[in-house]
Design a protein around this ligand. Structure first.
Ligand SMILES: [Zn+2]
Length: 362
């Protein structure tokens, strides 16, 4: 028998996870509190299919203490020490690795927390007018700037949420993270739904230009050329994305959020016009020797983006991410224009991603 809290948590996680506009490539996470325990999504599970066993049980007191502790200044040393303390904050017998965002979930006193990266919301968080328009539309929300993930993001949010509490005498239930996503918090699931509808409804009402012209699939001459090259380099599955939104997208405009880098790479190969096979091959070889891997995306400006996956599922995931990226830039147009992640953060994520990939292989 599972508790009603865990049953409710599982149900709303599945419901939001199944909505392709809310959750992209298995991202996002959810939690619930029951007494001294926080149930939080385990890292590597997808909300759409998560069951009650997919949640890690954390000791709320121990989890809260992490943010009061002194950690080493070095990036790697600090994140390793924080991870060790996070694992140690699990209730004995609970297995699985808590999401790096578990600390953020613990910051909210409300019973249920939903953290997602909806495309429309990220149109705002990845826009030039994020702070100005965001605060005007949602005066009761907290807005944070870009941040490195993990411990530093949790610290930034703690400061912002504490500030809100001091100023307003109550807890915030809506937290926007620049170039990342949003947190909703409520004591009941219907409250989460109300918040979600209010935010998406308000944003949607302001949209004058919306993304609706992306075609996935189909083949052209270049597809076959790329397929042959990808096959020789471990990325044989090529999916073509085309349509007006793709044609007017600048493939060099920069990634919107850390997740986009993790799944699709910070940058793929970009051509001003369709290259001949020899030029493509030379460019791909240069890319591979520079970055250590065959490009996940190849863009021909004004025409199409080709996604190169290890298998069909990988190609579908990267295609979803690219689509999301393009849609975010279109939505951001409505909020003063697109604001990509800053170069310092992009460099950090690229490095961090390579690092975590290496450690996952080790
Ligand atoms: Zn997130």
């Amino acid at each position: 028998m599972i508790s009603e809290t865990l049953a409710e948590l599982t149900a709303f996680s599945n419901r939001y996870g199944a909505d392709g506009n809310c959750v992209i490539a298995g991202g996002g996470n959810t939690s619930a509190k029951e007494g001294g325990v926080l149930y939080v999504k385990a890292s590597g599970t997808a909300l759409a299919s998560i069951g009650p066993d997919g949640f890690v049980r954390m000791d709320r007191e121990k989890l809260g203490k992490i943010l009061d502790k002194e950690y080493p200044d070095g990036e790697k040393e600090r994140e390793a020490a924080v991870l060790a303390d996070m694992l140690d904050a699990r209730v004995p017998g609970s297995v699985g690795r808590p999401s790096v965002e578990a600390m953020l979930h613990g910051l909210f006193p409300q019973k249920y927390v939903l953290h997602i990266h909806p495309t429309l919301v990220n149109g705002l968080t990845c826009s030039e007018d994020y702070f100005r328009v965001g605060r005007m539309l949602f005066p009761d929300a907290v807005f944070t700037d870009e941040s490195k993930p993990g411990y530093l993001l949790a610290m930034l949010c703690r400061g912002a949420l504490d500030g809100y509490r001091a100023e307003h005498g109550r807890d915030a239930d809506l937290l926007f993270l620049r170039n990342h996503g949003v947190f909703f918090a409520s004591d009941d699931v219907s409250g989460l739904d109300r918040l979600f509808c209010a935010v998406t409804g308000t944003l949607d009402g302001l949209i004058r230009k919306r993304p609706d012209r992306i075609e996935v699939g189909g083949e052209d001459r270049f597809c076959a050329v790329l397929q042959a090259l990808g096959a020789a380099n471990g990325r044989p599955c090529v999916t073509m994305l085309s349509g007006d939104d793709i044609a007017s997208w600048d493939p060099e405009c920069g990634s919107p959020t850390p997740d986009h880098i993790v799944y699709a790479g910070a940058r793929g190969l970009v051509f001003d016009r369709e290259p001949d096979p020899a030029a493509l091959s030379a460019a791909a070889e240069g890319f591979t020797s520079r970055t250590g891997a065959f490009p996940r995306t190849v863009a021909v400006k004004g025409s199409a983006v080709y996604v190169c996956g290890k298998d069909p599922a990988d190609a579908a995931r990267i295609a979803d991410i690219v689509k999301d990226q393009v849609k975010i830039t279109v939505y951001a147009w409505n909020f003063g224009g697109y604001h990509p992640m800053s170069p310092w953060l992009r460099e950090f994520i690229v490095h961090w991603e390579a690092e975590s990939y290496r450690s996952s292989k080790a």
